[in-house]
Design a protein around this ligand. Structure first.
Ligand SMILES: Cc1ncc(COP(=O)(O)O)c(C=O)c1O
Length: 396
């Protein structure tokens, strides 16, 4: 039996089958490349669903983790550690003035933001939270409820009361949904799982105004868009607004599990001691890794690279669109790009994988490419060569 078959057999016997998996066992990664158990090499254009945004095993992140591992692995949050304050300061300096809570995942970051919104509205009896159709906010019970997609709700009812869904980019729909019970509006500015749908600037600015006027919390989920993916540290910065609460995860830890939300100072008092906690949140190792991510982003001029490589990749994808009528649209910001097809994307993703390129398909027909933020021109050329070959084979 091959090594791969061996691993899969054990896995299938003992691991809960909640994921649809490719029959490939990845053993190691370096930069934008990964190797499977049979020695096959892949160019990863969807590294860790946005987690491995500096590529796999970035040496600075690995070094920071190794140094910290020998000092202390874990200390509970009823003591201070030397890292959390430093990391929170870094996040706030890059985002907006406020306070940070640390958890371990995107769902946990959003869960905390939702709890904050409830506490914020509670004195005036406000509890309703408005989210968008086609959004995605996580897999905990509150975050599937916040997620505006039926398929994630199915079989888990009754869901948490007080959530309303409105069409994305539709201001009048949103205005109609607001009542005197509304406490928060939560959205992604580029919907990732929903199909790389980009919010219009006038829409986002109008939401900001409504939230100010009606004292509603504006929560922006930057779990996927955060940490340079769109060419700024956070995508809200391209819209000329500041949210009241921002949630982060994925790329923040450079490959280690972290989630965080940042809340503006004026709302920080709504979660006083005892109202929220996470045993592993802000662990020394994860914080050390995250600080290394910030250092690499600054010293490696990563945002400049996202701008330059994002333009180059978009240009190449638009060239493919001109060649292949099965591509209906190419959209996105920076290195978060979606290719809308006139058909199911899975066969294309599978053929790419077969030829050594990892991309993703979401919402049925949207190919999603989110290469590492330190990707280079040669790697993009290689990906485009494979994609062109696959589109040629799968086109009409
Ligand atoms: C926008 C957004 N929010 C939240 C999440 C949930 O993050 P996690 O899987 O870390 O809980 C995701 C995951 O894909 C996401 O894309």
């Amino acid at each position: 039996m091959s090594k791969t078959a061996d691993y899969i057999k054990e896995y299938d016997k003992y691991v809960l089958g909640t994921y649809t998996r490719n029959p490939i066992v990845i053993e190691r990664g370096e930069g934008s490349w990964v190797w499977d158990a049979e020695g096959k090499k892949y160019l990863d254009f969807f590294p860790g669903w946005g987690v491995s945004s500096l590529g796999h095993c970035h040496p600075a992140v690995v070094k920071a983790v190794k140094e910290q591992v020998g000092r202390i692995l874990h200390m509970p949050n009823n003591f201070y550690n030397e890292w959390q304050g430093r990391l929170a300061r870094k996040i706030v300096e890059k985002a907006f003035s406020g306070k940070v809570f640390f958890g371990n995942s995107g769902a946990e970051a959003n869960e905390g933001a939702l709890k904050l919104a409830r506490r914020f509205g509670e004195p005036e009896g406000r509890f309703e939270i408005i989210t968008m159709n086609a959004s995605f906010h996580g897999r905990s019970l509150a975050t599937i409820t916040a997620t505006g997609q039926e398929k994630y709700h199915s079989g888990f009812g009754p869901l948490i009361p007080g959530f309303k869904y409105v069409p994305f980019n539709d201001l009048s729909g949103l205005k109609n949904a607001i009542t005197d019970k509304t406490t928060a509006i939560m959205l992604e500015l580029v919907q990732g799982e929903g199909g790389v749908n980009v919010a219009r600037p006038d829409y986002v600015q109008a939401i900001r105004e409504i939230c100010d006027e009606k004292r509603i919390l504006m929560i922006v989920d930057e779990v996927q868009t955060g940490m340079g993916r769109t060419g700024e540290y956070f995508v809200f910065q391209t819209y000329g607004i500041e949210p009241d609460v921002m949630t982060l995860a994925k790329a923040l830890g450079g490959g280690l599990p972290i989630g965080a939300f940042v809340v503006k100072d004026e709302f920080a008092g709504y979660l006083p001691p005892g109202t929220h906690a996470s045993t592993f949140g802000g662990s020394p190792i994860v914080c050390a890794a995250s600080l290394a991510v910030f250092q690499v982003m600054e010293e490696g001029k990563i945002l400049d690279n996202v701008g330059e490589m994002g333009d180059y990749l978009l240009e190449e994808l638009l060239r493919l669109k001109a060649e292949f009528p099965i591509i209906k649209e190419v959209r996105g910001i920076g290195l978060m790009l979606g290719i809308e097809l006139d058909r199911e994307g899975k066969p294309i993703v599978d053929s790419c994988l077969d030829k050594g390129l990892m991309v993703n398909c979401t919402a049925g027909n949207i190919l999603r490419v989110m290469p590492a933020c330190n990707i280079n021109r040669d790697e993009i050329k290689h990906a485009i060569m494979i994609l062109r070959g696959v589109l040629r084979e799968n086109g009409d």
